[in-house]
Design a protein around this ligand. Structure first.
Ligand code: 5RP
Length: 229
């Protein structure tokens, strides 16, 4: 699929997702290029229909965009829960497990997802895979001692690379680093997650397991909704 086609599908699912937003909802807004389309469509509904919603976001990037469109953003901690969280994903397996964090927002994304009554992913069909792992798995680490974490990951055979931002290490909203693991295939995502999250210095891992409720997939024939759990 070429970039233009992919962007079309991203826009399609972004516009489809906001149809699930109802007046008065507490919303969680994800991060990434697909979510950008969704936030644009949400801003349009707020403007055109006077839709009254309150949202928390998963990144400063999304906060900036949403606020510029007149969407009311509050801190996650000021809300008891979120009715609906809409986010993108980098890979979704046949059994609805996911890799996220391609945009570097995995930590806030997971915290926000944990407060959701309904958790939805919006993706173009290129994100659907049989097995996870082709997309490099992001691991967020605190900067202190992170070279040692990196070296340990290398010894474990996980083929780590630093996420870069030009010639500097990429910094997350929490001022942490990201190490991407080039695994090829992940046979046992739960076991891998348990192993990685127990490493001192690791803050979060981009495996989002047993979480998503609904996935809206953009296909050439239109949006398809898949119910996971
Ligand atoms: C950001 C994410 C994004 O949701 C994921 O990378 C998908 O992004 P895009 O919609 O740009 O393909 O996890 O941390």
């Amino acid at each position: 699929m070429d970039q233009t086609e992919q962007n079309k599908l991203k826009a399609l699912v972004g516009q489809e997702a906001v149809k699930y937003v109802k007046d008065g909802m507490l919303l969680g807004l994800g991060t990434g290029s697909t979510v950008r389309y969704m936030v644009d469509a949400l801003g349009k509904r707020v403007k055109d229909e006077g839709l009254n919603i309150t949202a928390a976001t998963t990144s400063t990037r999304t906060t900036k965009q949403a606020e510029s469109l007149g969407i009311k953003i509050v801190s996650l901690d000021s809300l008891d829960h979120l009715d609906l969280v809409i986010d993108g994903a980098d890979e979704i397996s046949d059994d609805f497990q996911g890799i996220k964090g391609g945009g570097g927002a995995l930590l806030w994304e997971k915290i926000v997802a944990n407060t959701a009554k309904k958790y939805m992913w919006i993706v173009d069909e290129s994100k659907l895979v049989h097995k996870l792992g082709k997309f490099p798995l992001p691991v967020e680490v605190i900067p202190f001692g992170s070279v040692h974490v990196f070296n340990r990951l290398e010894k474990m055979g996980y083929k780590p690379t630093w996420r870069m931002d030009g010639d500097k290490k990429f910094l997350t909203d929490e001022k942490n680093y990201i190490i991407d693991l080039h695994l090829g295939e992940i046979d046992k995502p739960h076991e891998l997650y348990d192993k990685l999250i127990k490493m001192v210095g690791v803050v979060e891992v981009g495996l989002f397991l047993d979480r998503v409720n609904d996935v809206i997939v953009g296909t050439a024939n239109g949006p398809v909704v898949k119910h996971a759990r």
